[in-house]
Design a protein around this ligand. Structure first.
Ligand SMILES: NC(=O)c1ccc[n+]([C@@H]2O[C@H](COP(=O)([O-])OP(=O)(O)OC[C@H]3O[C@@H](n4cnc5c(N)ncnc54)[C@H](OP(=O)(O)O)[C@@H]3O)[C@@H](O)[C@H]2O)c1
Length: 398
């Protein structure tokens, strides 16, 4: 099943109630910045964080949601104390996270990082609301299952990831058969021109310093290995009615063209902008309208030159691994996602080197027989088995 958007009277509201899963992260903070500057248009219903209880308290005090949830249960008392003089209901843990997703909002921003976002995002999907999806891991880990839930409930899925949001803006869903291919652009990350021998010694601090985008640690490391683009390839396959061989990846270091759709007559439609996540987030928040965002406008004359190059598959094997995984299907994307999450965490903890991230992921994929998980329990089982094996592979490297 592929997503086909349709505007309904409900999602044409002038005033929207918004819940943010992952409010304390980069996507969450950008969303709240838009809400802050458009206070007459939005009302915050629920906010969630995981460990950053101080920021969650600060956000809750500013935006007065009905519910504030912290994932880490040991921080419940701190959250409660920090909001004790307010009417805001507080809760902690995974069930409370689901409760936040289930609050009666018009739109849920799915901004939790990793597979931890799957369960609460599914709750929002089942509720039939508008789900603005930043959490690509949901689709990579459980693509068909997740989209079936969207389909069943009649929820609307809007992509926030800048590339997919760009394609969503220029993809003619009434002419899907006339699409030749999609081009996902990639900045190439901080090590676009770094040699393989230099890559061995890359530190977590270097890997999280993205040249164009200010993002959370996990996606920044994924961008550095280019696994992010591999995950986005799988995400694009699930979001748009195209086959795997109709999605190409093109390195475009300036991150001005956010992605493109080529039609059968040779026309190429692209969405351009400054690299600012507030643009795709605002598109989802206001869809099918648009919000005015003051600030920097794209000035092509001052940029002067846009450059493009094919990705280097030798230095960035994650791209081939992800494409092969998508072609093979079944449990492999779930395993890829789980192994990559573990490997990135271990790299950030300085337990493995930069080049080991992709090695660990590939080894886990090679050592795990493919299965065909259909239910959420079966998907979760694949995810858990891959995580255990990834830890084992990491230990074997030390
Ligand atoms: N950042 C971007 O520009 C960008 C662009 C495109 C797509 N995305 C996607 O958006 C998602 C979020 O990225 P991000 O950069 O915003 O990440 P981030 O800055 O690391 O924020 C992650 C959010 O998830 C919460 N979280 C982490 N682990 C959790 C858990 N186990 N249970 C519940 N909540 C948990 C964090 O809470 P605490 O901080 O309180 O611990 C935080 O609110 C990712 O899937 C990413 O691929 C991000």
């Amino acid at each position: 099943m592929k997503v086909s958007p349709s505007a309904t009277p409900e999602n044409n509201l002038d005033y929207r109630c918004v819940s943010i899963l992952g409010a304390t992260g980069s996507i969450g903070c950008n969303t709240l910045d838009l809400v802050r500057n458009n206070a007459e248009k939005f009302n915050i219903i629920a906010l969630t964080g995981n460990k950053n209880v101080d920021l969650l308290i600060q956000q809750a005090r500013e935006f007065s949601p009905d519910l504030a949830v912290i994932g880490d249960e040991t921080l419940y008392d701190e959250l409660k104390a920090g909001l004790s003089d307010t009417d805001i209901k507080v809760a902690a843990g995974s069930e409370a996270m689901a409760e936040a997703a289930d609050q009666p909002s018009d739109i849920v921003i799915a901004g939790i990082v990793g597979v931890a976002g799957l369960a609460p995002t599914l709750v929002a999907a089942k509720r039939g609301t508008v789900v603005a999806l930043a959490n690509k891991e949901c689709l990579v880990c459980a693509g068909d299952f997740f989209l079936n839930e969207i389909d069943r409930s009649g929820a609307t899925l809007l992509p926030i990831d800048s590339e997919h949001n760009a394609i969503f803006q220029v993809f003619d869903f009434n002419q899907a058969g006339n699409v030749d291919h999609l081009t996902l652009t990639a900045s190439g990350g901080p090590f676009r021109s770094t040699s393989l021998s230099e890559m061995k010694n890359i530190t977590p601090a270097q890997a999280v310093a993205h040249p164009n985008w200010d993002m959370g640690a996990k996606i920044s490391v994924d961008s550095a290995t280019m696994m992010n683009k591999g995950l986005e390839l799988i995400e694009a396959y699930y979001l748009f009615p195209v086959e795997e061989n109709q999605i190409e990846i093109l390195v475009h270091p300036q991150s001005v063209i956010h992605s493109m759709v080529t039609y059968k007559d040779g026309s190429v439609l692209a969405q351009l902008g400054t690299p600012d996540m507030r643009t795709p987030i605002s598109y989802a928040l206001a869809w099918p309208n648009r919000l005015e965002i003051p600030g920097r406008r794209l000035n092509l004359a001052s940029i002067a030159e846009l450059t493009f190059e094919a990705p280097d598959l030798k230095r960035f094997p994650a791209l081939t691994i992800a494409r092969d995984t998508l072609k093979a299907g079944g449990s492999l994307p779930t395993i890829l996602n789980a192994a990559n999450e573990v490997a990135v965490r271990c790299f950030l903890e300085e337990r493995i080197g930069f080049l080991d991230i992709t090695r660990v992921t590939e080894e886990v994929l090679n050592r795990t027989p493919k299965s065909e998980p259909k239910t959420l329990d079966e998907i979760s089982h694949c995810d858990e088995v891959a995580r255990v094996l990834a830890e084992e592979v990491v230990r074997s490297l030390n």
